[in-house]
Design a protein around this ligand. Structure first.
Ligand SMILES: Nc1ncnc2c1ncn2[C@@H]1O[C@H](COP(=O)(O)OP(=O)(O)OP(=O)(O)O)[C@@H](O)[C@H]1O
Ligand SMILES: [Mg+2]
Length: 565
């Protein structure tokens, strides 16, 4: 039986074996929402009594920044230079390489395993000294270099930079760039080889190792089950903070789940940190299962809340719907601007974080980091298993209920707009719309630009916006950036723009008056300096009419119109 399913719930913080999950409280089907009696609701607060996930720690900074791992276990393996995924996989999948994380390394021990030794260098270069990986020292650089995964979402230049420790060592640079190139070539060969040599796969051999999961985390409960894996709420023994740990359901090596798992890790690692994207801390392989340590969202998923709402016959009111739409659009804007698309936007992949009130802070002024969302609820995009790049898409269709027609037709020219389509239907569900169809006439009806019926009165403008978001022509749909500035979602932004325009007009007027004043002063000075100045002045003193005329005439040459704006 799977240890993950049969542990004791209560554990001691003594690094003994990990605990058992509670009953699964997450039902993963958006379909289960029923149309029951209706009334508006406010958010349920599910505040956790435990400390929130902290800011990035040293170990995670290390893992997410290096993004390249070297496995000592591969050194003696016959399949050392091969990978075992499908050659046609869109990703350069080298699952076996992830085994290096099977062992419970501390951040320090991990650091010692990440360097690429310089060829022939007896003394490690300064920047490498503490990073040198001794057990692999007899491997040449190019072999070492091939023992890391290539993240397909990073630019080529970035990959090459990985081999330049601090960009200063000019003499070494050329060699390192060659090394980087050879690394990329080798990885490509591996990818091709992987289809023909599946038997080379090393048997997973960590069954008698101490589980990193069990050693480092105390499992509190299972908080969700999805298509791909189960998610557990855990406390990290070291820092005492709560995390969501996702573990793949099935063994991964060679399976299609392997691609999704690596895709998720690659995407998380590249996307870094954004307030509207679930934060990633670490990932590793254990027992041929992928484990991903993410920020724990104490409000669960939007789907969880929709199910609660449905039970009570409630749904989100207009203001809340707009807030969700705006926040998720901000997350999408970030993802799209990073050259990626999510492709599985739906309520169960949007997560909720309630701001925890810190003792002794109540009533105090908001800190600088507080953004404009006064409700204290943050919506975050998670589950990045379907993420792909816009420029070189490898599309794995997401949930059909939220799938744009063009994706079904395999037209990938406007991929970000597929996320916009799915987001509109997500908002329709949150507004109280009934279950979405998987196929059939209703499925097509929606793809013709018809929003499913919503059992509450929403302003026309808002409904029109949702309709535009599911327009049959993806080009007509607003971009995520446009949504984040849309006057319906950010009316205050419109006011600010208006005020800015007025301010600009006034600034323009002031600048012109200042120029005029300067010119007048200059004219005055010139008059004084001229040899006949005194005579003229005397004359002008005696005939003020003449003087006025000259000055006024001068001014007339510079007449201005203040009709700007
Ligand atoms: N970071 C998190 N914080 C809180 N709950 C989470 C978190 N991640 C996942 N969950 C819970 O676990 C469920 C499944 O998570 P997730 O969507 O990542 O898995 P999945 O296997 O990819 O699911 P699916 O393919 O069905 O979308 C979510 O619906 C949610 O209830
Ligand atoms: Mg999911």
């Amino acid at each position: 039986m799977d240890d993950w399913e049969n542990n004791d719930f209560i554990q001691r913080l003594d690094f003994s074996s990990c605990g058992e999950e509670g009953e699964d409280r997450s039902i993963n089907e958006e379909d289960t929402l029923s149309s029951s009696p209706i009334k508006h609701c406010d958010f349920q607060k599910w505040n956790s009594p435990l400390p929130a996930t902290p800011h990035r720690k040293l170990s995670e900074i290390f893992l997410s920044r290096t993004k390249s791992w070297v496995s000592p276990t591969l050194k003696s393996s016959p399949g050392v230079s091969r990978t075992h995924g499908n050659a046609e996989t869109p990703l350069h999948i080298t699952w076996k390489k992830l085994q290096l994380c099977d062992t419970p390394h501390t951040p320090k021990s991990l650091l010692s395993k990440t360097a690429f030794p310089s060829p022939g260098a007896k003394v490690p270069p300064k920047g490498f000294r503490h990073l040198r990986f001794t057990p692999g020292a007899d491997l040449d650089d190019s072999t070492q270099a091939s023992l890391v995964n290539i993240n397909p979402f990073t630019p080529e230049s970035y990959r090459q930079m990985l081999f330049l420790p601090n960009g200063k060592r000019k003499a070494r640079e050329i060699k390192l760039v060659h090394l980087a190139q050879s690394f990329c070539e080798k990885a490509e060969v591996q990818r091709k080889d992987s289809a023909v040599r599946p038997a080379d796969r090393c048997p997973l051999k960590d069954s008698n190792m101490v589980s990193r999961y069990q050693k480092e985390f105390l499992e509190l409960e299972r908080i969700g089950v999805g298509e791909f894996g189960s998610v557990y709420k855990c406390i990290k023994r070291l820092d005492g903070c709560v995390y969501a740990i996702k573990r793949s359901k099935r063994p991964l090596a060679g399976s299609s789940d392997e691609q999704l798992a690596l895709r998720e890790v690659y995407a998380h690692a590249v996307l870094g940190h954004h307030p509207h994207v679930v934060r990633y801390y670490s990932a590793w392989a254990e027992d041929d299962h992928m484990i991903i340590q993410n920020e724990h969202c104490n409000g669960g998923s939007l789907q969880d809340v929709l199910l609660e709402n449905a039970k009570r016959g409630q749904y989100f009111p207009e203001a809340k719907l707009k807030e969700i739409l705006l926040q998720v659009s901000m997350g999408l804007k970030y993802i799209h601007n990073s050259g990626l698309v999510h492709l599985d936007i739906k309520p169960s992949n949007i997560f909720i974080c309630h701001k925890l009130v810190v003792e002794g802070q109540a009533g105090q002024e908001e800190s600088d980091s507080d953004d404009e969302f006064s409700s204290g609820v943050m919506y975050k995009i998670g589950d990045l298993g379907h993420v792909t790049s816009i420029a070189n898409p490898q599309v794995e269709e997401g949930d059909r209920r939220f799938l744009a027609n063009e994706i079904l037709q395999e037209q990938y020219f406007h991929l970000p707009k597929a996320d916009i389509f799915a987001l509109a239907l997500t908002i329709a569900l949150a507004a109280g719309a009934g279950p979405l169809p998987h196929n059939g006439a209703m499925w097509h009806h929606i793809r013709k630009g018809n929003i499913p019926s919503i059992p509450q009165k929403l302003p026309n403008g808002f409904i029109e916006l949702l309709k535009l978001m599911i327009h049959p022509d993806p080009m007509e749909r607003p971009s995520a950036t446009a949504l984040t500035k849309h006057p319906i979602l950010r009316p205050s932004l419109g006011k600010a723009v208006q005020l800015q325009k007025q301010l600009n007009v006034e600034k323009c007027k002031t600048a012109m008056l200042e120029r005029e004043l300067k010119a007048a002063r200059l004219a005055q000075t010139l008059m004084k300096d001229q040899p006949l100045g005194n005579a003229n002045l005397q004359e002008s003193e005696t005939s003020p009419k003449k003087n006025n005329k000259r000055l006024v005439g001068g001014k007339n040459c510079r007449s201005f119109s203040f009709t700007v704006g």
